[in-house]
Design a protein around this ligand. Structure first.
Ligand code: GDP
Ligand code: MG
Length: 441
């Protein structure tokens, strides 16, 4: 974030919940930051609208400033929009020969990325790789790929001048089949602008080669054009992923967000240099920090997150010791359970909880059940969640109708909450040991 931005954020002093005014002021600056990072305008607008809605009314954690709180919310939303924290760089490899097709505008880095992927597939995945250039328009393009193949130590399809791209694709598949290659990477021709002939040719090649991965390679510095490029390629080709090149440059990489937003495709890799080892697995957190233009954002956000967790835990502990474990807390626990991979996950981590686990399994506590329980709790009013004693028969009927379940389901949730509250009370007194006793007995 720019200095100006930081000062705006430091100026937000409201306490309690984030106000509409504070959020709006901050969002104006976030908007500028995103545009400066070259995120496309329509994507910026959508993003701001979404985050604004999320942020207004959000409780401000005591130990961080409202500005930090908003930055955390913005950062988390960016990470989410970029594909979440655990993005998967693995390429789909079908029964050999599996085809990877590279598409993109001329100069975007297709040929270079082809070499880098070949190196990765060979060294990391131990695959036998064949490279084939379908770039019939630039005389030097085929030689460029052959040279790269030599540097990586993989084979490239012998060059026959004057063949059509589609014929080269067929020949590559044939050769791969006969010679037992695991993966064929087809490096296609690009043009400097989007044009019909290029698209038609690429489409034709995709039909013939039936690729298991079709990667759109795009220059991270393309900025506002990224949206149009991504849209057009995505309309014509069965794209499966994105590669953003020149992330080693000065650009802030806003194109990553734009392209991901319009295609919904995963960003798989980032090109970070001209050399063959200049290929990084995409990491949403890193790119989010870069788009916001703040190297320290990750540590800042982590700190904020830790403090939020700590405060939540503290609040819960206080409530527990007072025997005030309400239905909101119960819902929060259900969410935590889901985060930790369902009950199997959390129970599995606790020694001696076998009995409880069996009991829970008997109660059929899988993810679907947890979701339903959450739905039931969210059909209650705020007052009811805070004071479950209010829940008489008619209220229970109303809630059941709201959540689309039978009243007995509502009763079950309330009973579970009761049990958990009792358990929490013991735990509040006796710590871990208390909890174990509660669970075991
Ligand atoms: P193509 O036309 O799409 O095949 O693009 P090329 O692979 O030939 O790349 C065009 C130029 O961009 C070459 O000079 C590459 O060395 C350079 N290039 C490709 N990827 C990267 C990257 O990640 N970082 C940098 N700095 N340069 C790159
Ligand atoms: Mg090329």
């Amino acid at each position: 974030l720019t200095d100006r931005l930081t000062s705006v954020f430091d100026g937000l002093t409201g306490r309690g919940a984030l106000s509409e005014k504070d959020v709006s002021a901050a969002m104006r600056e976030i908007r500028v930051a995103l545009l400066e990072a070259d995120v496309a305008l329509p994507v910026v607008k959508d993003f701001i609208a979404k985050v604004k809605k999320e942020a207004v009314g959000e409780a401000v954690i005591k130990s961080i400033t409202p500005g930090q709180m908003i930055i955390k919310i913005v950062h988390d939303a960016l990470v989410e929009m970029l594909g979440g924290e655990d993005s998967d760089p693995s390429l789909r490899i079908d029964s050999p020969p599996s085809v990877i097709m590279m598409a993109g505008l001329q100069g975007s880095g297709k040929t270079t990325t082809t070499g880098k992927l070949a190196k990765r597939l060979k060294e990391k995945d131990r695959k036998k790789v064949l490279l084939a250039s379908l770039d019939t328009r630039r005389p030097a393009a085929m030689d460029q790929l052959a040279v790269l193949a030599g540097q990586v130590g993989v084979e490239s399809l012998p060059i026959i001048k004057g063949q059509l791209a589609t014929d080269i694709a067929k020949r590559a598949l044939q050769a791969a089949k006969l010679q037992g290659f695991d993966v064929v990477i087809l490096d296609t021709a690009g043009r400097t602008t989007l044009d019909e002939q290029m698209m038609a040719e690429a489409e034709e090649v995709a039909k013939i080669a039936n690729p298991s991965e079709t990667l759109l390679v795009a220059d991270a510095l393309t900025g506002q054009d990224a949206v149009e490029t991504a849209k057009r390629f995505n309309e014509r080709l069965p794209l499966t992923g994105l590669v953003l090149t020149r992330m080693d440059g000065d650009g802030r990489g806003g194109a990553a967000l734009s392209m991901r937003a319009v295609t919904g495709l995963p960003i798989k890799f980032l090109g970070v240099g001209e050399k063959l080892d200049g290929l990084d697995v995409f990491a949403a957190k890193r790119v989010a920090g870069r788009i916001l233009g703040r190297g320290d954002i990750v540590s800042l956000v982590e700190k904020a997150g830790e403090q939020m967790d700590a405060e939540k835990a503290e609040r819960l502990a206080k409530k527990m010791s007072k025997g005030q474990f309400d239905l909101d807390d119960f819902a929060e626990q259900l969410r935590q359970l889901q985060k930790m991979g369902g009950l199997g996950g959390i129970m599995g981590m606790m020694p001696g909880a076998k009995k409880a686990k069996q009991a829970m399994a008997g109660a059929n506590m899988d993810d679907k059940v947890i979701k339903r329980q959450e739905a039931i709790i969210s059909s209650m009013t705020k007052k009811e969640r805070a004071k479950p004693a209010l829940l008489n028969a008619s209220r229970r009927r109303r809630i059941a109708a709201g959540a689309g379940v039978h009243v007995s389901e509502v009763n079950k949730v309330l009973k579970m909450h009761q049990q958990m509250a009792t358990m929490m009370k013991k735990m509040g007194k006796g710590g871990m040991k208390g909890m174990m006793n509660a669970l075991g007995g």
